[in-house]
Design a protein around this ligand. Structure first.
Ligand code: IPD
Ligand code: CA
Ligand code: CA
Length: 263
């Protein structure tokens, strides 16, 4: 496989995310077809339309690359790069007209992130990152916050769709953290929450049950913006990790320790 021109590939991913986001923005004010994936997990016709647009672009510009996309599945490539695609992160928000959702495109190779793009079409905010090349929002460099204690932090989290049928459902952790910081937000789009950590709007995000397409883009932004990522045991974050702690680095150990008292 020839070496990837990362700058050109990032430009293509940005343009594709903008086009998919524009589609979602138009669809938001129209009648949507909504189906159930599981008891409380929705999928709309716009999830599929956005994914079709993105997959077509990748097939055209990166024909040898593997694809793992939320709605059609796929697999991580062996000896070739893989696109991790969430065509609409925050589907339940979108289906209700709650304006907090994003398109997320990440490119990984050998369990390492190369590129990431998260686009919020409502605020027209395009977050992007290239490994070793920093992270930006609409072209402006991203830096994590300087908040040094949990007591001074605004934090976000999420809950798995099978919340009601598992005992390990993040509620004990939520209860602990909420009591020790300036607020825990549960806005419903993990890729955007994690990008907000990179931007310093949030000081940390933790969540269980995440999938590679939720995290494949935004985790690189946190890293490139000077933050820290780990699994719940403090081990390095990788594609097969599911329990995430992403932070500005300064509050990472304090948050990890608190989460680990909540079992
Ligand atoms: C979901 C959102 C949500 C998170 C869930 C994800 P989807 O993604 O990111 O915030 O809590 O774990 O599955 O289904 O809207 O793409
Ligand atoms: Ca998602
Ligand atoms: Ca999705």
């Amino acid at each position: 496989m020839p070496a990837i021109n990362l700058a050109a590939t990032l430009d293509m991913a940005i343009e594709t995310a903008r086009r998919a986001g524009a589609l979602l923005r138009v669809g938001l004010s129209q009648q949507r077809q909504i189906d159930l994936k599981s008891a409380y997990e929705l999928v709309t016709d716009m999830d599929r339309a956005s994914e079709d647009l993105i997959v077509d672009a990748i097939h055209t510009y990166c024909p040898g690359h593997a694809i793992l996309a939320e709605e059609r599945g796929g697999a991580v490539g062996v000896n070739r790069p893989t696109w991790l695609i969430d065509p609409l992160d925050g589907t339940n928000n979108y289906a209700h007209g709650f304006p907090y959702f994003a398109v997320s495109l990440g490119l990984w190779e050998e369990n390492q992130p190369l590129l990431g793009v998260v686009y919020d079409p409502v605020r027209d905010e395009l977050f992007s990152a290239q490994a070793g090349g920093g992270a930006q929002c609409n072209g402006m460099p991203l830096h994590v916050s300087q908040v040094a204690t949990l007591a001074g932090a605004l934090i976000s989290t999420g809950f798995p769709y099978d919340y009601g049928t598992r005992t390990d459902n993040n509620l004990a952790e939520f209860n602990k953290v909420q009591a020790r910081c300036q607020g825990v937000r549960r806005a419903g789009a993990a890729a955007l929450d994690i990008a907000y950590v990179a931007m310093g709007r949030l000081d940390a995000h933790w969540e269980i049950g995440l999938k590679p397409w939720d995290t494949g883009a935004a985790t690189l932004m946190v890293h490139e913006a000077g933050g820290q990522l780990s699994d719940a045991h403090g081990e390095d974050w990788g594609l097969s990790s599911t329990r995430m702690v992403a932070s500005n680095g300064l509050i990472h150990d304090e948050l990890l320790a608190l989460l680990n008292t909540a079992q």
